[in-house]
Design a protein around this ligand. Structure first.
Ligand SMILES: [Zn+2]
Length: 278
C-alpha cells in the first residue's frame, strides 16, 4: 500500500475509533443498567440536560468543558475521554499492524471484535458481570465474520466446503472456550471452596473461540490465567484486596484475546517450532 494511502487509512481509523469509543462509553454505562443505548441521547447523568453537539466531539469535547458539565458543573469522569482515546488507539493498531495484509472488511471485523472486548472488560470491572446481550451478539458477529471470510476468500473461493470449514473452525473454538472455562470454574469451586469465576466468563470464552478458533482461544485463556494470577497475587500482597473479594476474570480474557488476535499465530508457530513440531 502506498505511504499516503496508508497514512490516510491510519488517520481514518483514529477518527472512527474515537467516535466508536464515544458510543462504547454509552454501552458500558447503559447496558448493565438495562437502559436503551439509543435513547435518550447523551446527557449529563446529574442534571439530565442533553449535551451540546460540540460536547459530543470525542476526547476534545471533554477538554472543551474542562471535565465538568457545562450546566451544573458536576465533574465528568476522565474515563470517558480515556476510553475514546484508547478505542482510537486500538483501531489504529489494527490498521498499522494488519493494514497491508488484510482486506478493509477484515480490518472492520477486527475493530468490531476489539470494541466488544473493551466494552465487556469495562463492564466486568464496573459491575462484575458480563451481560449476555453482549457475549451473545459478539458470538453471532464472530459467526458472521467466519462466513464472510469463506465467501470473500483471497482466491475468490465461495463454496459450501470453505464456508462449512470456517464455520466448523469457529464453532469448535467456541466449544473449546466454553468447555475449558467451565472446567476451570468447577476446579476453582472445588479447590478454593468458593465461586472463583463468574457465569459470564465461559460465554465470553465461547465468543472469543468463535472469532479466533480453538488454538488461539486456548492461548488467550493461558495468557489470561497467567496475567490474572500475577495481578491477583500482587493485589493480595498489596492488601488492596482481601481473599474473599472477587477479581473479575473478563478483563484478562479480553486482554488475552486481543494479544492472540495480533500475535497468536506467531506465538503458536514459534512455540511449536521450539518443540520441533511446527
Ligand atoms: Zn449537569
Amino acid at each position: 500500500m502506498p505511504l499516503i494511502e496508508s497514512l490516510f487509512l491510519q488517520g481514518l481509523a483514529i477518527a472512527i475509533g474515537a467516535c466508536i469509543g464515544s458510543f462504547l462509553n454509552v454501552v458500558i454505562y447503559r447496558v448493565p443498567a438495562g437502559l436503551s443505548i439509543l435513547h435518550p441521547p447523551s446527557r449529563c447523568p446529574h442534571c439530565l440536560r442533553p449535551l451540546a453537539p460540540r460536547d459530543n466531539i470525542p476526547v476534545i469535547g471533554w477538554f472543551l468543558i474542562k471535565g465538568k458539565c457545562r450546566y451544573c458543573r458536576t465533574p465528568v469522569s476522565w474515563r470517558y475521554p480515556a476510553i475514546e482515546a484508547f478505542t482510537a488507539f486500538l483501531f489504529w493498531c489494527v490498521v498499522a499492524y494488519f493494514g497491508t495484509s488484510l482486506s478493509i472488511l477484515v480490518l472492520c471485523f477486527y475493530a468490531a471484535f476489539l470494541s466488544w472486548l473493551l466494552a465487556l472488560a469495562m463492564i466486568d470491572i464496573d459491575t462484575q458481570t458480563l451481560p449476555n446481550s453482549l457475549t451473545q451478539s459478539g458470538l453471532v458477529l464472530g459467526l458472521i465474520y467466519q462466513v464472510s471470510l469463506a465467501t470473500t476468500g483471497a482466491n475468490g473461493a465461495s463454496n459450501v466446503a470453505s464456508i462449512s470449514k470456517l464455520l466448523l473452525f469457529g464453532i469448535i473454538g467456541a466449544i473449546v472456550g466454553i468447555w475449558l472455562l467451565d472446567i476451570m470454574r468447577i476446579a476453582g469451586r472445588f479447590f478454593l471452596q468458593k465461586e472463583a469465576m463468574g457465569g459470564g466468563d465461559p460465554k465470553l470464552a465461547a465468543m472469543i473461540g468463535m472469532w479466533l478458533g480453538w488454538q488461539n482461544v486456548l492461548l488467550a485463556i493461558m495468557i489470561a490465567s497467567a496475567i490474572g494470577t500475577v495481578v491477583g497475587a500482587i493485589a493480595i500482597a498489596a492488601k488492596n484486596l482481601d481473599k474473599q473479594q472477587q477479581i473479575p476474570f473478563g478483563p484478562f480474557l479480553a486482554l488475552g484475546a486481543a494479544i492472540s488476535l495480533f500475535y497468536g499465530n506467531n506465538i503458536i508457530t514459534n512455540y511449536l517450532a521450539w518443540f520441533g513440531i511446527g
